[in-house]
Design a protein around this ligand. Structure first.
Ligand code: CTP
Length: 423
């Protein structure tokens, strides 16, 4: 029997309300881009700026990007009717799903560590609602400062205190700084902060789990300049890596030769051949809780790789290549004692060209995995959209056609539900 999941998941920021707070720093220009990204994802943004922040980027720019008057002082109410009580420092976080402090200057971090409240940004952070388990509105802190300020024991001590008080400290980038020096302390890029915000607002369905994913094609050399590969883009595997990370998992991604960017927070290991992929998988599978094999592994490799480029010999005859069968990585892992005992949950993919349900059911049995995900290969290679059929012991579930990023979220939810049932 086949059941249907009809709805694609909303973006984690869809219909959320985010407070974007800026303290003083050259990185203020990145907050403009961050504001744009958050709004594009379907959220509303209330910008709050310290006096120092306005020295680096104008409130007019932030108002234009957020579509709302910027809160600049605890003494001046915004135009919002909710501010009629004259308490913008309280009102601002009451409807918020998260507060992002970017840039967070060394001074602002020191204020947060001490619980000071002498201007609007620190005052508002201190006034965030508390519930029984701690702060109910998450605070993400994106530090931005000169490398000496960053390394100073006082800054590190303050950051440790801020983290101990419940904020999420996002870390910093490394590189050339506005002051001309080079080192740690640059604020993360807007896209990186955006991704961490998405994670903070996603359900932590795989928190504490370690997920190992194979993705992309393999490349089997014939000689030093030629080889055998396939049309897999790796997009599905990379999307699953991002979805699993957003769900709180520690993710290792074994990637064949693809030019895709590594999802933030994911450990990526590049491999070339099926033999490389098997070795990397066997090195990481013993620590994993979930193994997801999306890689399009070449079934065959050339038995003897030529040490030099194969030349035409003038006879018109092609070279007589001999092939050897590659190991079946998924079947090997699925047969391991940890997988057999249920400690390692294995998920296979099937790229078929027809009879998806029958082929997926047969492949699930043949590979010995609890969950097999079928898709029509030629319809999806290289594309951003796909359709998936999930086949497990409960039957078949067909996911709606949609972007690979959305299908990856639904697949992660399915895997989380199944692994929870087994726990
Ligand atoms: N797979 C693997 N190692 C291989 C071949 C496949 O780990 N040597 C994994 C893939 O990552 C995928 C699943 O097995 O999760 C099915 O891959 P697919 O190419 O669809 O199947 P094959 O085993 O190659 O079977 P066939 O070519 O007969 O369809």
């Amino acid at each position: 029997m086949t059941s249907n999941t009809t709805a694609l998941p909303p973006h984690p920021l869809h219909q959320r309300h985010i407070v974007l707070a800026l303290s003083g720093g050259v990185a203020g220009y990145k907050a403009a881009e961050l504001c744009r990204l958050i709004i594009k994802a379907g959220a509303t943004v209330q910008v709050v700026m310290s006096e120092a922040a306005t020295r680096f980027i104008t409130p007019t720019t932030m108002q234009a990007l957020s579509g709302r008057p910027v809160v600049l002082s605890q003494w001046v109410s915004g135009s919002d009717a909710a501010d009629a009580n004259g308490m913008p420092h309280i009102n601002t976080t009451r409807a918020a799903d998260a507060v992002v402090l970017a840039p967070a200057s060394a001074d602002m971090i020191a204020k947060l560590a001490q619980g000071r409240a002498d201007e609007i940004v620190s005052l508002m952070c201190l006034a965030r609602p508390l519930n029984a388990g701690g702060h109910s509105v998450p605070l993400l802190v994106a530090p931005a400062m000169n490398r000496e300020m960053w390394q100073h024991p006082a800054t590190q001590r303050n950051l440790a205190q801020v983290a101990a008080d419940g904020a999420t400290v996002l870390g910093v980038g490394n590189g050339e700084q506005a002051c001309g020096e080079t080192g740690d302390g640059r604020m993360l890029e807007a896209a990186e902060i955006f991704e961490d915000l998405c994670m903070a607002l996603s359900a932590p369905l795989l928190a504490g789990k370690r997920v190992l994913i194979t993705a992309g094609p393999t490349y089997e050399p014939i000689d030093p300049v030629r080889g055998i590969t396939n049309r897999s883009s790796g997009k599905m595997g990379f999307a699953i890596a991002q979805a699993a990370r957003r769900a709180g998992a520690q993710v290792t991604l074994l990637a064949g030769p693809v030019a895709l960017p590594t999802p933030r927070g994911v450990q990526r290991i590049n491999v070339t051949t099926a033999a490389d992929l098997l070795a990397a998988t066997q090195a990481h599978a013993p620590q994993a809780d979930i193994f997801i094999a999306t890689a399009a592994v070449a079934d065959w490799r050339v038995a003897q790789v030529a040490p030099h480029k194969l030349k035409k010999d003038g006879s018109g005859q092609p070279p007589a290549l001999q092939f050897a069968e590659n190991p079946d990585i998924l079947a090997t892992v699925a047969a391991s004692p940890r997988a057999q005992s249920g400690d390692l949950y294995c998920v296979g993919f099937a790229a078929e060209s027809q009879d998806l349900l029958a082929n997926a059911q047969a492949k699930r049995q043949r590979k010995g995995v609890p969950l097999l995900v079928g898709n029509i290969g030629p319809d999806t290679f290289g594309r951003d959209d796909n359709t998936l059929l999930l086949v497990d012991a409960h039957g078949a579930t067909s996911l709606p056609p949609g972007p690979k990023a959305d299908l990856a979220v639904l697949l992660v939810e399915h895997i989380a539900a199944r692994t929870l049932q087994r726990a």
